[in-house]
Design a binder for this molecule. Structure first.
Ligand SMILES: Cc1cc2nc3c(=O)[nH]c(=O)nc-3n(C[C@H](O)[C@H](O)[C@H](O)COP(=O)(O)OP(=O)(O)OC[C@H]3O[C@@H](n4cnc5c(N)ncnc54)[C@H](O)[C@@H]3O)c2cc1C
Ligand code: SF4
Length: 579
């Protein structure tokens, strides 16, 4: 093993409770993001004695957020740092690279892996776009013969979506669209000025455009205050009006006194007993560099889709020589990410704007769900469109590229005038679509590289197919039509086939799913319909890894609903004495 360096950066008060480590816990959960936070919440509420291990330090937005810090208060003016790539005051500690924790990419592939290392994982930053999968999303293969169907359908998950809506809260509107199910919504905020322009253009082009669905509360809920429209959601909400796992799930789980939280604890592998059942996990205490073990009757992996695959593949034993629960050889396989591409344009109608109120949440107030029929198109499955623009708080890098605006750029007074003139006059669109799982896109363990803790790292393989390329081409055509309809000027030419139509790099949209696919057949899947490993009955997965397909929906609301469903199953099996 490599020498292990203690985590000297972690100066925050310890939430570790090391004296508890000799206990055998009912359940051990690895990772505290959307999946792990929800599992901890539901299992402690169900009476289980739970230990939760998280590789990063403690962080609660209600305590630690820089929500109202003006960018000019810092000499960096809010510019990004190595561990905060989305800006100095952003909530999320993590990034495309994490010191001492590399990953590799196979020759010929491109892949980017964004990881968070803190209590709550990526839920501290995420865009909070909270979409249910629709009935069609669970049955892709039945519709077009591609990929696989899920072993469960919308009706199995719907009661848990309802529970998540009631507990966490989101705004939205009842639209009764066939594959965009209604939820239990709070009232949505009104469209902002630039969004009204977008709505007008989409109506003209028959592109469905409806209020966004974001897990931000516009009415008080379960002791949390409603949003006051400061627009700084990415920094973490100091009043808990948006969803992050620490404030909304882990804090109530801690209040049950049945949750032991071990932060700065990097899990190395799941340990297995002579009977082939999981006995707990071994981990590195990053504060001291010591190797430790925690024992539990049930193990739930929620380390994020790719980390969970890595953990399973690294958990080798005489029972599981190919890695835990990997008799099918499919751990790490069927990895997907959302397809993505973006385009912005200058909208002259928004230049030299009359000062107006643009208060709102830290995200879009409108979006466009998939609105077309694939039988008339040259690609399967759909995409949705996210909208951006407006008068966000300036920080370092603000309005870079101003020289592309008519007469824009230069120095001094003229440059300042141009900033005033063009501030808020850009509108952009991001397409986010469904990828079909393929044999080229998977992760394995790199035989030659270990991280700072001596843990073998993940190696990624990636390949888009024409399904995805044709879809992003269509995204660009739609964005161009919308911007043109608004009278906009587009600064970049239509990307070509040779440029892959500017499709995102695999992993770049940060919606990695799969790797421990759900299915009825143990020969082709890792977990069953309850996210329980086929080959190890006291091992469960509660993150994005059991997903069979992407859907054109951001995945977190489904991760939360499935995690709660899995926790309920664990609780019922414990009651029956089956676990
Ligand atoms: C910029 C950005 C915008 C996003 N926007 C949206 C959006 O609008 N809508 C949406 O649905 N999704 C969005 N996402 C994705 C969303 O954040 C994830 O889907 C969600 O957080 C996944 O939850 P998870 O529990 O699987 O993983 P994570 O939230 O990543 O949590 C995993 C946790 O496990 C810990 N961990 C990993 N390995 C170990 C180990 N070996 N030992 C101990 N702990 C470990 C990590 O430190 C981390 O805290 C966005 C993500 C980002 C980064
Ligand atoms: S916009 Fe609302 S939810 Fe977001 S940080 Fe401000 S108050 Fe909190």
């Amino acid at each position: 093993m490599l020498g292990v360096t203690p985590d000297t950066n972690d100066q925050r008060p310890s939430t570790n409770n090391l004296k508890e480590i000799s206990l055998v816990y009912d359940v051990c959960i690895v990772g505290s993001g959307a999946g792990g936070g929800m599992a901890a919440y539901a299992l402690t509420k169900a009476g289980a004695n739970v230990v939760l291990l998280e590789a990063g330090p403690s962080w609660f937005a209600s305590r630690d957020s820089k929500m109202l810090m003006p960018s000019y208060a810092s000499p960096r003016r809010g510019a990004s740092t190595k561990t905060r790539p989305f800006g100095e005051f952003d909530a999320c500690d993590g990034g495309w690279e994490i010191e001492g924790e590399p990953y590799t990419v196979a020759p010929g592939s491109k892949f980017m892996w964004w990881r968070a290392r803190m209590l709550g994982g990526r839920t501290n930053h995420w865009g909070r776009i909270s979409l249910r999968f629709g009935p069609r999303d669970f049955q892709g293969k039945t519709r077009d013969g591609l990929g696989e169907d899920w072993p469960i359908g919308y009706d199995d998950v719907a009661p848990y979506y309802d529970r998540v809506d009631r507990l966490i809260g989101l705004f939205g509107s009842h639209e009764n669209l066939p594959n965009e199910p209604n939820g239990i919504f709070q009232p949505p905020p009104k469209p902002r000025c630039y969004e009204l322009l977008v709505k007008k253009a989409s109506d003209k082009l028959n592109v469905t455009c409806i209020p966004a669905r974001l897990s931000i509360i516009t009415q008080p809920l379960n002791g949390r205050l409603k949003c006051h429209y400061c627009g700084q959601c990415n920094r973490g909400c100091g009043v808990k009006a948006n969803f992050s796992s620490p404030d909304v799930l882990i804090a109530p789980a801690l209040a049950t006194k049945r949750l032991t939280l071990l932060t700065s604890s990097m899990v190395r592998e799941v340990t297995v007993g002579k009977d082939g059942l999981a006995t707990g996990v071994s981990y590195i205490d990053k504060r001291t560099g010591e190797d430790k073990h925690v024992e539990a009757r049930i193990v739930v992996l929620s380390a994020s889709a790719c980390e969970t695959s890595r953990l399973l593949l690294n958990s080798k034993s005489s029972f599981f020589p190919q890695g835990l629960a990997n008799g099918s050889g499919t751990v790490g396989k069927y990895l997907t990410d959302t397809t993505g591409t973006d385009l912005a344009g200058f909208i002259p109608a928004m230049a030299d704007h009359v000062t107006h109120n643009e208060d709102g949440v830290g995200g879009m107030h409108l979006y466009m769900p998939w609105w077309l029929d694939n039988s008339k198109l040259d690609f399967p499955r759909g995409y949705h469109i996210e909208v951006w623009g407006g008068l966000y708080q300036p920080s370092a890098g603000f309005m870079g590229g101003i020289e592309r605006y008519p007469g824009g750029g230069g120095y001094g007074k003229q440059l300042k005038q141009d900033y005033r003139k063009y501030y808020g006059a850009t509108i952009g669109f991001s397409g986010r679509g469904e990828m079909i799982p393929n044999d080229e896109s998977y992760l394995e363990i790199d035989p030659n590289v270990v991280d700072r803790w001596g843990i073998p790292v993940a190696r990624f393989h990636w390949g888009w197919t024409d399904h995805e390329f044709n879809q992003v081409k269509h995204m660009h055509e739609t964005f161009r039509a919308l911007l043109t309809e608004m009278g906009g000027e587009i600064f970049s030419p239509m990307p070509t086939k040779e440029q892959g139509y500017n499709i995102s790099t695999g992993g770049q949209i940060i919606h990695e799913l799969g790797g421990a696919r759900m299915g009825s057949d143990p020969k082709t899947s890792v977990v069953n319909a309850n996210c329980q490993a086929h080959e190890c009955k006291n091992l469960f997965v509660a993150d994005g890894s059991p997903f069979v397909s992407q859907a054109d929906k951001n995945p977190t609301w489904t991760i939360l609903a499935l995690s709660w469903r899995t926790a309920d199953y664990i609780a019922s099996q414990r009651k029956e004495g089956a676990l």
